[in-house]
Design a protein. Structure first.
Length: 498
């Protein structure tokens, strides 16, 4: 009996082994001893859905390629400690006033005392020249009274602002030093989605922190950023961990080149930490702004002089185009480069200097063009392709600065300015809020970027002039001022008091 059971177990085991050795659709643990026939191999090639892989660029010593990059780039990254002074008006009551006199007069009005609060802003930067130029974000150094730059070898320097550009959120500061290690700015146009990148910075004051990820997307625009953020957006999106304190630090490729300046993160409502969505300003944009700020103390931006809108598929079909590629010209500014080149309303601009155009990249392509440069523009007009040459002009101040300075911690812009087109606003009357300062009276009242101010007090707001008049009229009022806002699709009223 025992012998019978042993023989039976042996037969079952042999059967199982023979099944496992057969290469079927579910079991592929090994080839038959004699290998596959030629026919089997050909059939396998045709039916296989396995993605072909390439080996990762591991070093001969078995290390990650980021080790060498980190060692090379770490000495070029600095921490930036900026001291920002905020003035706050608070009610003050003189308790030493004669109480009997107080009752004779009735309850007195509160007096207001202006106090200054020093608020530290901590972030990062990258050294871009041996003689001490440091590239960082504008929001890091804006309104700062004192800037301390600390290098990885613990040396501290007092920095001076060379120039800053709120439109792109780029700033350049200078420290008094020489023979510094510095980083090279690479070509961000060469980036591909999926490329490996490394972020270096000082998140949460943890100096010299390295994180690694990939390029998640390119050309991101219309990103709502707390405090306003840059108006001209062409972000590199990455899943390399970026946290508060990383702002101004470099995003680096596998060559060890800086291909972006880390600027912002997207977070959940109550979190300030990383959720895998970070944004960096492309190095090509940062380089152009930096060079202008160093050489001219201002950014010289190209100008075409057109108002335009996004080309939808319905509009494209109506104008005889098969695909919604390009932008639709709405209006030509008088005496502009566009007018001189013969561009007309209802032209569809397809390409700028050989680059395909859409509503997101068009303002960037134009503004990054050199003033005086002749650029070929490809148009669609009357069911045919046309080419015109445009001599790029300098963007006039009255076009780029169609905005009014801070009041209650908000900054507004004309609804007719080119910069506000990224919000997709169709309103014709009012002014658009383009910046809300963190911790300001306006932010605490629930006012947000993208809201439209329709009325201040009893003053209807149709344009910037109305808003400026209202600001002059009400800026010294002690009582709360009612603002009527368009908040998305809803109307909202808030009372603001200085």
């Amino acid at each position: 009996m025992k012998k019978y059971i042993a023989i039976k177990l042996l037969l079952v085991t042999a059967s199982v082994v023979s099944v496992l050795c057969i290469r079927g659709p579910f079991l592929a643990w090994g080839e038959p001893p004699g290998g596959y026939s030629k026919e089997q191999k050909e059939r396998e090639k045709k039916s296989s859905m396995v993605v072909q892989v390439e080996p990762l660029p591991i070093t001969s010593g078995g290390r990650s390629p980021f080790v060498k990059i980190a060692k090379r780039l770490m000495p070029t990254v600095v921490s930036i400690d900026a001291e920002r002074v905020t003035k706050v008006r608070s009610p003050h009551f003189d308790f030493f006033e004669d109480p009997f006199d107080m009752f004779k007069k009735g309850f007195p009005e509160f007096k207001y005392r202006e106090r200054e609060f020093k608020r530290p802003v901590l972030g990062s930067g990258v050294i871009v020249s041996g003689d001490g130029y440091v590239l960082t974000n504008n929001h890091m150094v804006e309104k700062a009274e004192k800037i301390i730059v600390k290098t990885m070898d613990e040396k501290e320097y007092t920095a001076q602002i060379v120039g800053a550009d709120p439109v792109t959120d780029i700033a350049i500061v200078k420290i008094d030093a020489s023979n510094l290690p510095y980083a090279k700015l690479g070509n961000s146009d060469e980036l591909e989605i999926g490329d490996w990148v490394m972020a270096i910075g000082n998140p949460f004051q943890l100096m010299g922190t390295v994180t690694v990820g990939v390029v998640s997307a390119k050309g991101r625009a219309h990103i709502a950023i707390a405090g306003g953020g840059p108006q001209l957006q062409n972000f590199i999106q990455t899943d390399a961990a970026i946290n508060p304190g990383n702002s101004g630090g470099p995003l680096v490729n596998l060559k060890g080149e800086v291909i972006g300046i880390n600027t912002a993160i997207k977070t959940e409502s109550f979190s300030r930490g990383n959720i895998g969505i970070g944004f960096a300003i492309p190095s090509n944009m940062a380089k152009k702004v930096m060079e202008d700020l160093i050489q001219y103390k201002e950014v010289k931006r190209g100008w075409l002089g057109v108002y335009y809108q996004k080309l939808t598929s319905d509009l494209a079909e109506a104008y005889g185009l098969k695909k919604a590629n390009g932008i639709l010209v709405q209006k030509i500014m008088e005496d502009s480069p566009a007018e001189k080149a013969g561009i007309r309303a209802e032209d569809i601009i397809l390409e700028w200097d050989g680059k395909k155009v859409n509503s997101d990249n068009f303002p960037i392509l134009v503004q990054q063009s050199s003033i005086g440069e002749k650029v070929q523009v490809k148009l669609w007009r009357g069911n045919s392709i046309k080419f015109v040459w445009v001599k790029v002009g300098k963007k006039p101040t009255e076009v780029s600065e169609e905005e009014i300075g801070e009041w209650f911690g908000i900054r507004v812009s004309s609804l007719k300015s080119e910069e506000v087109k990224r919000f997709g606003i169709k309103e014709q009357e009012g002014v658009l809020i383009i910046e809300v300062e963190n911790g300001s009276i306006a932010e605490r009242a629930g006012i947000r970027i993208g809201d439209i101010i329709k009325r201040v007090g009893n003053k209807e707001i149709n344009d910037l002039k109305d808003y400026e008049d209202a600001k002059k009229k009400y800026s010294k009022k002690k009582k709360p001022i009612v603002f009527k806002l368009k908040h998305g699709d809803a109307t909202m009223f808030v009372a603001l008091k200085e």
